[in-house]
Design a protein around this ligand. Structure first.
Ligand code: HEC
Ligand code: HEC
Ligand code: HEC
Ligand code: HEC
Length: 345
């Protein structure tokens, strides 16, 4: 009897520790009566706010004096910076990406002009990517913008990146593709939906749309599998931003833009921006990376929503670092916008 009681009590403890303590904070995010509300646990939010503090500001370095292009030998992207800005930026980049290793993570310190380390070549491209995001994707990043720190936060590789799925059968390839299902992963909030919806929506250009415009029999042409893919990527959105579905949607009409919050429109531009990041910058860098940095199918690590957001509705809770680094927001024209219309196909 005692044993049964003990097992019962252990069971109850086990179940209850999976619950979150109230009281939650609830904020209305849509029209009254639509149930569009954002529900947050203040204890979790407080922890996240702490994790999302900015590194100390360097202040804006003076822009006068000789330009970096005149002082140094091999400056291809940052030539317009003053020497003071250039030096400040090298120190900041070091703190953001390689705080332990220092300058030598990217440089042969006997000759800073040399391009022998892949990390330097990648960084040059990352600077251009950063400028492209801030200058050409304002529909998403607004004036807040991003720096290397938004993604890297002191790590060589950002904490949240993704690789293509390595195909796996149920028990050997003969029994078919598991399609990443029933293998719960953090990327899709531990749902049993496909755990790699990223290739489809954040690399290739597929609109995440599955709701039919007419009733049956002509109605919905979308398959169950497509539906699961859309719900997989939506779970990723919610998890990455730390919000509910109703932060963006009115759940009585998921597809209807006129009943959605403005955040859904901003999210749509986010999808297009991430495709640009992955197609224009990450994929072409594949051959630059050493083999041990690549994934199971030989692909480069790519960005998704959590690469920047890391659980916050706005990365770093909407604090901008660009005042110290205005050159990271300068107009930079090279961009391929993938998908340009909000109109459903
Ligand atoms: C994360 C990679 C990275 C780190 C860390 C880094 N640099 Fe750089 N550095 C670069 C890149 C990329 C360039 C080329 C910029 C360009 O082409 O516009 C560069 C160029 C330079 C140059 C110009 C050399 C020349 O003559 O062409 C100097 C000097 C320099 N860095 C100094 C430093 C110092 C000092 C540190 C440490 C405080 C440092 N860097 C840390 C990536 C890095
Ligand atoms: C949108 C997010 C994002 C931003 C912003 C960003 N990076 Fe990256 N960076 C990545 C991803 C993703 C990888 C991983 C690629 C891989 O390992 O295959 C990466 C890899 C790197 C690497 C290679 C590290 C290694 O050890 O292999 C360097 C160096 C780097 N970034 C420097 C920078 C610098 C410098 C900046 C700012 C000018 C910057 N990054 C901004 C996403 C970002
Ligand atoms: C950050 C905003 C955001 C969040 C959070 C979000 N969605 Fe979405 N959702 C979108 C966007 C944007 C689209 C349109 C994507 C496109 O057109 O490629 C979309 C599309 C959809 C669609 C397809 C609509 C159609 O026209 O066929 C469904 C269904 C959906 N979401 C369900 C959900 C569910 C369920 C959740 C919560 C697990 C959720 N969404 C969370 C932004 C969001
Ligand atoms: C390169 C970094 C980056 C990536 C990747 C990124 N975002 Fe953002 N996002 C931002 C920044 C910066 C802001 C803050 C802009 C502002 O001040 O409104 C933001 C804001 C948002 C907002 C507005 C939140 C609010 O409370 O108003 C939504 C919604 C959003 N992002 C969704 C997404 C989705 C969905 C994805 C993936 C498809 C994504 N983001 C990928 C940088 C990023």
């Amino acid at each position: 009897m005692r044993k049964i009681l003990l097992v019962f009590l252990l069971g109850v403890t086990f179940i209850l520790t999976g619950c979150e303590r109230p009281a939650f904070q609830k904020a209305q995010s849509g029209f009254r009566g639509t149930g569009m509300a954002d529900i947050q646990n203040p204890r979790i939010t407080a922890e996240k706010v702490k994790q999302n503090e900015l590194p100390p500001s360097t202040g804006l370095a003076p822009g006068d004096g000789p330009k970096a292009s005149e002082v140094y030998k091999n400056v291809k992207v940052l030539g317009n910076l003053s020497q003071a800005q250039f030096t400040t930026f090298m120190v900041s980049m070091t703190n953001w990406v390689a705080p332990k290793e220092g300058c030598s993570y990217c440089h042969n310190v006997a000759n800073f002009a040399e391009d022998e380390k892949y990390t330097k070549i990648v960084s040059r491209r990352m600077i251009q990517m950063n400028q492209n995001i801030n200058a050409n994707w304002k529909d998403h990043v607004q004036g807040t913008g991003v720096t290397c720190y938004t993604c890297h936060r002191g790590n060589h590789i950002p904490q949240n990146v993704w690789f293509k799925d390595v195909p796996q059968g149920i028990s050997g390839p003969a029994l078919g593709q598991r399609n990443g299902q029933n293998a719960p992963a953090a990327s899709v909030a531990y749902s049993s939906l496909t755990n790699e919806p990223f290739s489809k929506y954040l690399l290739q250009s597929n609109p995440a749309r599955i709701i039919g415009k007419e009733g049956l029999p002509n109605g919905n042409v979308h398959s169950l599998q497509e539906t699961e893919h859309v719900y997989g990527i939506m779970m990723h959105f919610s998890k990455s931003l730390g919000v509910n579905c109703t932060y963006c949607h009115n759940s009585r009409a998921f597809s209807d833009w006129s009943q959605s919050s403005p955040q859904r429109g901003q999210a749509w531009f986010g999808i297009q921006m991430v495709k640009d990041i992955n197609n224009t910058y990450m994929e072409p860098l594949t051959a630059t990376f050493p083999a041990h940095r690549l994934g199971g199918t030989g692909d480069v690590a790519k960005a998704n929503c959590s690469t920047c957001h890391q659980g916050a509705n706005k990365p770093l809770y909407g604090k901008s670092m660009l005042a110290d680094y205005p050159y990271l927001a300068q107009q930079y024209s090279e961009t391929k916008k993938v998908g340009t219309s909000l109109v459903a196909k």
